[in-house]
Ligand binder design. Structure first.
Ligand SMILES: Nc1ncnc2c1ncn2[C@@H]1O[C@H](COP(=O)(O)OP(=O)(O)OP(=O)(O)O)[C@@H](O)[C@H]1O
Ligand SMILES: [Mg+2]
Length: 346
């Protein structure tokens, strides 16, 4: 388990003190995949680097399996770092060395014997499915293959914690999917704790169990992916997550709804419905439209699965006689997590 207790990190710069991490406390369970999200400059990388002692604390405590990182002697810190791997957005491979030599690098640092290194490198190549690239140089590899080398190198010393700083930000979406699947699989099969920093919310929802949201050095909130993504408690998180669903109703559609309903003397509203859990599968719309004398049209909708559970957002227009429209909306409101009116007849 990794735990942060009242962690503060400050940097002295020419322009004064930068308070990069402010009083952060939370824990990351063993063998879980944990995401850290937040805007640029929020302090994510700095926080990550406190786990392997690359960043000094101004105050507070970071503990890994009960060992307080900021109190380790330099020898203990060296051993501690050996058990923690790290991967990066730009892979950070050594260009003048082959795939095998890159992977062998941390084993050499740890002064392992030649035979041991050879066997271990082959094992690692197999683990990340790169056996055929053993003698290739990084320049000859695709982004996804480079990140596989990065992962193999990070895990070389039978690492139990893998820190990932924007591991897929330089990869296309299909390669991202494959790399995330590999990370998830490694976490499960090898019992590795993975901490991933990313600005890609889809990365977090695809593989993380839990997430921490950071802003301006502070922890905004933390919880299971499903809870935070479907029911964020903080305004900051809501805004951050809304960017995933970016959708504005096209002006032509809005104009048409206004015009047609005004001509026919009908009342109308356009609402946004958020569904969670089992409710997302239920035909709420068709049921409501059968019960009331109103017309319900779906303008836009998206359902996704987070940790295997459905979460959906839908934009619908409801029109008809005023009281029937209000009754329809009340009925919908009783069946979804939230309903918000975006436009209505003036
Ligand atoms: N070595 C350093 N010296 C001075 N200031 C630093 C140093 N490292 C980070 N900072 C500052 O600390 C704050 C947090 O930086 P950090 O890199 O942790 O943010 P981040 O959330 O990882 O951002 P990004 O998403 O852009 O990578 C920023 O204001 C940054 O400028
Ligand atoms: Mg960063």
């Amino acid at each position: 388990m990794i735990s942060f207790r009242n962690v503060d990190v400050k940097f002295e710069t020419d322009k004064g003190v930068v308070h990069a991490v402010r009083n952060v406390s939370f824990t990351i369970e063993k063998e879980s995949v944990f995401g850290v999200i937040g805007a640029s400059g929020a302090g994510k990388s700095t926080l990550l680097r406190t786990i392997n002692g690359l960043e000094k604390l101004a105050s507070g405590e970071v503990a890994v399996d009960g060992n307080i990182v900021n109190r380790l002697s330099s020898r203990q810190l060296r051993e501690h770092r050996e058990r923690i791997g790290m991967i990066f957005q730009h892979f950070n491979l050594i260009a003048s060395r082959t795939v095998a030599q890159n992977i062998a690098y941390p084993l050499k640092i740890a002064e392992k014997g030649r035979a041991f290194i050879e066997t271990r490198v082959d094992e690692l190549l197999k683990l990340v499915d790169l056996e055929d690239k053993k003698h290739a140089y990084p320049a000859k590899l695709s982004g996804g293959q480079k990140q596989r080398v990065g992962i193999a190198r990070a895990l070389a010393n039978h690492t139990k914690i893998l820190l990932c700083d924007e591991p897929t930000s330089a990869l296309d979406s299909e390669t991202t999917r494959v790399i995330l699947q590999l990370l998830r699989q490694l976490s499960q099969e090898l019992g590795i704790t993975i901490v991933i920093i990313t600005h890609e919310l889809d990365v977090v929802s695809a593989i993380c169990d839990k997430v921490a949201v950071m802003s301006e050095g502070r922890l905004v909130e933390t919880g299971s992916i499903y809870d935070v993504f479907t029911s964020p408690r903080e305004e900051y998180t809501k805004k951050l997550l809304d960017t995933r669903y970016d959708f504005s109703i096209p002006e032509e559609i809005l104009e048409k709804i206004r015009r047609v309903n005004t001509e026919q003397g009908r009342y109308w509203k356009i609402v946004r419905l958020d569904y969670i859990g089992e409710g997302a599968n239920e035909p709420v719309i068709s049921r409501a439209s059968k019960r009331f004398d109103t017309e319900i049209d779906v303008i836009h909708g998206k359902i996704e699965y987070i940790q295997g559970k459905p979460y959906g957002r839908m934009y619908v227009s409801v029109c008809g006689e005023r009281t029937e429209t209000e009754k329809t909306l009340a009925c919908l409101a009783g069946q979804v997590r939230s309903i918000e009116t975006l436009y209505e007849a003036s």
